[in-house]
Write a protein that binds this ligand. Sequence first.
Ligand SMILES: [Zn+2]
Ligand SMILES: [Zn+2]
Length: 347
Amino acid sequence: MKAAVFNGPEKIEVKEWKTPVCSDEEIMIKVEYCAICGTDVRTFFHGHKKVIPPAIIGHEITGEVVEIGRNVETELKIGQKITPVTSIGCGKCNLCRKGFYNLCPDTKALGYFYPGGFAEYMIIPEPAVKQKAYVLLPENVSTLDGSLIEPLSCVINAQNYLKIQNHDNVVIYGGGPIGFMHAVLAGASGAGSVIMIDPAFDRLKRFGSLFDGLILLNPNSENTVERVKELTDNSGADVVITACPAKQAQLEAFSIVAPRGRISFFGGLPKDDSVIPVDTNIIHYYEISVFGAFASNRIDYQQAADLISSRKIDPSKFITQVIPLENIGEGIRLVRSGSVLKIVVKI
Ligand SMILES: [Zn+2]
Ligand SMILES: [Zn+2]
């Protein structure tokens, strides 16, 4: 088969690769689309501790079921289109028993530990099959649009903690594809206003114009704390989401949050520089909740698939470009340049 093989930082080669064999306990899919994620970009440039070259990365995948192992218990049928779930747990620990495979201390992910979607064929490994780590695409969701289910599922996992409702003022730091997914989902949940902040303001404006009703702020030229106050009639932000790896955003969240507000640290910080000073009295006196979010589980994928199916989220606004597998290196560099939202690779 044809595959994009990652051979270490800045080395990815599209070539003939051994087609995987589907065992009696596994499912094989013919990959149709795989979108490029920010973590694929980081792995490409810096490597990743769970990606041992030569490896096939990519985890925002859709494809067609082409083989089902004879011992597999599933309602899936050959020819159906699915998206596999990235996080695969050990299946035995307390977290796995509760269905939080994403938080399993021994989690093994597709496109990291297991071969991923930048190849013609891919195996859904036995533990994933047992966890039913896949979602059937709704009839009206194409495999191209379905490649956004994974990133959207991560956004849903975060917002399920935040309980955004009517008239909530929502502030999002970070104008990447994930920031915009947060913005659109917050709007769909009934947010009263959605304010986005990003120092890469030209890009924020360019992509912000694709979506209705967003308020865009430039931290280089405006006092964003003051502006958020003005824009919320002095009440502050009911919800703050940091969809960027920036300490400044995490710190500022505590200056703009309203009483009973919810903060989501969606984006992680660099691992050797992840400490910020927090006045915990703000949390105490104003009843602030601070949440984390990391990856997602099947239930979030299902919600994401339903949102795309009902057109509350329109994938075409997020997909800037579809490229062939041969151009994957170029695609990864384009994502890093910030000049695109999502790039989807057609396999
Ligand atoms: Zn991703
Ligand atoms: Zn586990």
